[in-house]
Design a protein around this ligand. Sequence first.
Ligand SMILES: Nc1nc2c(c(=O)[nH]1)N[C@H]1C(S)=C(S)[C@@H](COP(=O)(O)O)O[C@H]1N2
Ligand SMILES: [Mo]
Length: 297
Amino acid sequence: MPKKTITATIMCAGNRRSEMVKVKPVKGLNWGPAAVGTATWTGVPLRDVLKKAGLNEFDGKYKHVQFEAEDLDATGKNYGASIPIWKAVDERGDVLLAYEMNGSPIPRDHGYPIRVIVPGVVGARNVKWLAKIVISQHESTSHWQQNDYKGFSPCTDWENADFTKSPAIQELPVTSAICKPYDGDTVNIVDGKIFVKGYAWSGGGQKIIRVDVSADDGKTWHVANFDAQDCSEPPRHWAWTLWSVNIPVDQNSKTANILVKAVDSCYNTQPEKFEHIWNIRGVLGHAYHKIKVHLKQ
Ligand SMILES: Nc1nc2c(c(=O)[nH]1)N[C@H]1C(S)=C(S)[C@@H](COP(=O)(O)O)O[C@H]1N2
Ligand SMILES: [Mo]
């Protein structure tokens, strides 16, 4: 079976939960903007394996592909997830049964020996330590597919949350983050400007078309340069865009509030505040990334 290599960003649904908990407590680990990674993955296309197993993608008999893993959760059940069948059989979906990460066998922590790579889709469906594939009429019955990794209104609490009413997260919304400087750093001003860099990414293979950065709390915006971008044909922009900008700052001020927001090829962008997207599980946290730095002349 011919192998295939893609570069894809794997983003946790709880990326930036640490900012959401500042609004109100949520359930889940306190990930910051680093609950994300990008790697080059090599494997065989899942569609080829399904075809070889006799799946006729057009007969409409099956709606989901379920993945079961070797690891067990706290209740003793195997980790599991599923994706819609269209994503699995579409040649442009690029779903891989990967056995190499960055040209070497996948490290144990990242899913050795086989990991499903579902590019453009939330980390939770990129199942590591793959044990079993099931094609089905139904989504995975795992806790992670049914009763977790779903979005809710800010007014929903654990008493009134109905997990059957929210769809499982698959493609994630557009997001971005400042990686340098860190929040609270002291930054040198050079020719009236400071240097800021980070990443931007959108789910579903959407391309990042622009990144806007502000160093005055949103009064003025500057368009960042792209230092690395996934140049694949749409809709296959699976890897993040790395951006940077030299941004003018108010030299009379001791501090600057830096904001970033990205725009994807659907012209979707990020919400301003975590307050308005807060949810009980702290997922889908893609509000503007905001840091405060101290300025040094
Ligand atoms: N088998 C298995 N696969 C899994 C998980 C898991 O707990 N078990 N966690 C998922 C989640 S929630 C994320 S965000 C990614 C993290 O991938 P990484 O460890 O390569 O960064 O793996 C996904 N695949
Ligand atoms: Mo995750």
